[in-house]
Design a protein around this ligand. Sequence first.
Ligand code: NAI
Length: 421
Amino acid sequence: MTASPGEPVSDIADPGLSEAGRARIEWAQRGMPVLRLLARRFGQARPFTGCTLAACLHVTAETAGLVTALRAGGARVFLAASNPLSTQDDVAAALAASGAATVFARAGVDPAGYRALDSQPDLVVDDGGDLVNTLHAQRPELLSGVRGGCESTATGVIRLRRMAEEGALAFPMVATDATVTKQMFDNTRGTGQSVIDGVLRATNTLLDGRVVVVAGYGACGRGIADAARGLGARVIVTEVDPVRALDAVLAGFDVLPMAVAAPAGEVLITATGSRDVIGAELLPVLRDGAILANAGHFDVEIDTRALAAEAVKVTREVRPHTDEYLLADGRRLLLLAEGRVVNLVAAEGSPPQVMDVSFAGQALVLGWLAAGQPGLDPGVHAVPPGIEEEIARLTLESLGAAIDELTAAQREYLNSWRAGR
Ligand code: NAI
């Protein structure tokens, strides 16, 4: 992508890493057949011709698959990191070098504002709501130019809904997080596997027979609980929602209040989207050697400030992504990834096969928005049902699975109350 005069240019750590990034992206793309197919389709139909797209996403090899597909469709893409710790510098370099996107991402460096907005986007892609927030709070002059966008995570959707309720959201945003396919693949399977992967990479601990406390039995929590149980852990779930808690009980997990579960926990993982789930009040009861990890979007689920205040000594990086907090009574607590999304910081996030489904949904939604949806009000919208079905069909096809079709008689039977038994 050649920069026009006055247009922002890439800000990345090391352009020399582009070859390593290209190899990493190629490996990821092998596992992303649906996005490869969409990139080919977009390359022919060019649905994003003339569109400028600002994206605030984890800058990883899988995200590169989405960027490549959008670019193939004619979009000018400006990509900012949604989390400095998940940025893969080599991928950022490869994307910038290939011209697929202008990239603002350096591992470990907080993005300086969301410079992707300087591109004056007409479409936005957000992950956590920060881009949309910044746009409304700091760049209101750009709002009228934005046709819409999509939000990929539960925390971001919650923030958008609050904005919409207050009449503050200036354009339509599609909640791509809420599709059944995304929840199934990404939040549950992908997050489940990769969160446990993050804990294991950071600590190299054995999970068999260990007590793992999972806070939150939503889409992510259930995947984490299943993955931990699959490795032999004894899993306790904590919840605030009685229906979710009941679901966890039926799945065979112990469900206890956090105050009761925490003293038993050898590994404690938060996945709630809320704050202070492991708060200051729990620090006196946690076991010596307890491993604390967060899977929620923001680093607010474990009260890391309280932990730092209680500690008499903090040893950074006793292993990569593991900090040890020594308390006055001699107990040591191990905080992974500084309390940030452990699967993205200490592991590599959801695998390509998972992100293929999530990003295919976003690519199709963006194509739908780019085609122009004049009746769509400012506010939070569900993914149109046709798109959800298309994602499922394309993914089934890529997995070599096929389904039956209803016969005419079956359709008539299912659609008529007169048909009897
Ligand atoms: P969800 O809304 O399906 O589940 C959250 C669950 O936590 C709900 O059942 C809720 O009742 C429960 N909860 C809320 N406060 C609690 C508390 N104090 N104690 C115990 N349970 C509590 O949301 P989902 O999709 O599971 O996402 C959870 C978080 O993970 C969000 O912040 C989301 O953005 C993030 N996320 C992270 C991913 C990753 O790769 N690490 C991937 C997708 C989402």
